[in-house]
Design a protein around this ligand. Structure first.
Ligand code: ADP
Ligand code: MG
Length: 292
């Protein structure tokens, strides 16, 4: 490739908020036929908020939230931040948790005020011997609205759930339409629940969803698509997305996301505006046409 035309492409990209870290990413972009997109923080704003708290038994809603938030202080997950923020808004006095363990993509356990507390998704509850079957209908109702249902168990019993929702970015719909016009296949990739993911996908017209994917397996999804012969771009923002960004033909990080995602990607979208993906393809075509 002629460095000059690539440099021009990189410069134009910068004007559009598309920061090209390596020239190969720009060169490959025109051949990309599948874009895999993380949900939280990539399609959505990444600032989830608590929309409801439900108590199943004797404990009140505020006590359910207080126990969850006391534990989640120890987590850096965006869902954890949402619970801590809601507890603060309700003036709840949080306790200091001990013995905290937080397996990635599952939830968190520990001791709060002498009680064993677990917070996380239904499968994580099962892993901890806690039954949530009686509350599936309640959780599903929130999920169908696109919210994430997080269960709270105290001393081995499900005591409530917190529904947390993250709005879709204003720019997402137009960006996806631009990709659809170019015949690019879009796949949503998320660790979140299948019903929640499908609700958000439906709203955005995304037909393909890979949900409930553990952080360690996100890269496998990208690799599988590459083995099928596709040229794959992966767009993501989180620590969880970094391995998938690194194995994609083109890794695209959100400038609003984590440093580790940006370090693993060839392209960064300055304001996290996904329109940058179509811009990058156009730039790539122009750049490569110049070279040929
Ligand atoms: P995403 O792909 O949206 O970034 P993750 O892989 O980080 O999602 O997490 C997947 C799911 O695991 C979440 O939707 C949530 O149900 C659960 N989870 C992960 N971390 C936590 C936490 N700190 N507290 C509660 N639930 C969590
Ligand atoms: Mg994310």
């Amino acid at each position: 490739a002629t460095p000059m035309s690539v440099m021009v492409g990189v410069g134009r990209g910068a004007q559009l908020g598309v920061l090209v870290r390596n020239a190969e990413a720009l060169e490959r972009m025109e051949k990309v036929d599948v874009v895999v997109v993380d949900k939280t923080g990539t399609l959505t704003v990444g600032k989830p908020k608590v929309v409801a708290v439900k108590a199943f038994n004797g404990l009140g809603e505020n006590e359910v939230l207080r126990l969850a938030a006391s534990l989640e202080r120890a987590s850096e997950h965006p869902l954890a931040a949402a619970m801590v923020q809601e507890a603060a808004a309700r003036d709840l006095a949080l306790a200091e948790p001990t013995g905290v363990e937080s397996p990635a993509g599952k939830g968190i356990t520990g001791t709060v005020d002498g009680h064993r507390v677990a917070v996380g998704h239904a499968a994580f509850m099962s892993e901890n011997g806690i039954h949530t079957d009686h509350h599936t209908a309640t959780a599903e109702a929130f999920r169908r609205e696109g919210a994430t249902a997080v269960f709270i168990a105290v001393d081995g019993r499900a005591e409530g759930l917190v529904a947390i929702a993250d709005p879709v970015k204003d720019t997402t719909e137009a960006a996806l339409k631009a990709l659809a016009r170019e015949g690019v296949r879009v796949v949503m990739l998320t660790g979140d629940n299948r019903t929640t993911a499908l609700a958000v996908a439906k709203r955005l017209g995304i037909a393909e969803v890979e949900a409930e994917v553990l952080p360690a397996h996100k890269a496998d999804v990208v690799q599988r698509l590459r083995r099928e012969g596709h040229v794959v771009a992966m767009a993501g923002d989180g620590v969880n997305d970094a391995p998938a960004l690194a194995v994609a033909d083109v890794g695209i990080a959100m400038g609003t996301g984590t440093d580790i995602a940006m370090e693993s990607a060839g392209i960064t979208l300055l304001k996290g505006d996904l329109a940058g993906i179509a811009h990058a393809r156009a730039l790539s075509r122009a750049t490569m046409a110049n070279i040929r």
